[in-house]
Design a binder for this molecule. Structure first.
Ligand code: MG
Length: 173
């Protein structure tokens, strides 16, 4: 098993859509950043990459690279998924905490969990999502995400092992 942890923050800016967990939320500001500013997908990407000791999101998709300007963060998440699968792992579960003053996440939590489940191809009950307000932190103009993931080694069936009785039956002949 492997554990992975990711963290991200972006600043609220006017005139851009707010994307969290691959879902566009109704709000008068969005999150600035070189891509679409999706803190939850960025933190999840880093958690997955960290679990297999792969380079982090900023190394794989440098903010200085113009091709990632305004990019859909699903691209980053997909790369991390491909890497953990190539390393022989599947996701056991994901837990996350969002910290932001506005908007309220509660009404959108089900949609966000459903979208993350779809993207990671795991059941919704394997995805935790909590939201907190940044009491006393002075970060009302930012949104923060913490994500932790647990990976399990994929059980590979050895050739012929899907029919364990076959060899024994042959030996008996
Ligand atoms: Mg980010």
């Amino acid at each position: 098993m492997r554990i992975g942890y990711g963290w991200d923050s972006h600043e609220f800016k006017s005139g851009i859509p707010l994307k969290i967990g691959g879902v566009t939320l109704p709000h008068n500001k969005g999150l600035g950043g070189h891509s679409d500013g999706d803190i939850l997908l960025h933190a999840t990407t880093d958690a997955l990459l960290g679990a297999i000791a792969a380079p982090d999101i900023g190394s794989l998709f440098p903010p200085s690279d113009l091709q990632w300007k305004g990019a859909d963060s699903v691209i980053f998440l997909q790369e991390a998924l491909d890497r953990i699968r190539a390393a022989g792992y599947t996701i056991a579960n994901v837990d996350s905490t969002l910290i932001l003053a506005k908007p309220k996440i509660g009404p959108h939590a089900a949609a966000i969990r459903a979208r993350i489940a779809e993207l990671l191809e795991i059941p919704e009950d394997a995805i935790g999502l909590k939201a907190k307000t940044p009491e006393g932190m002075g970060t009302d103009n930012a949104a923060i995400a913490h994500v932790i993931v647990l990976l399990e080694k994929r059980h590979k069936l050895k050739q012929g092992s899907s029919r364990p009785g076959k060899k024994a039956a042959e030996k008996r002949k």
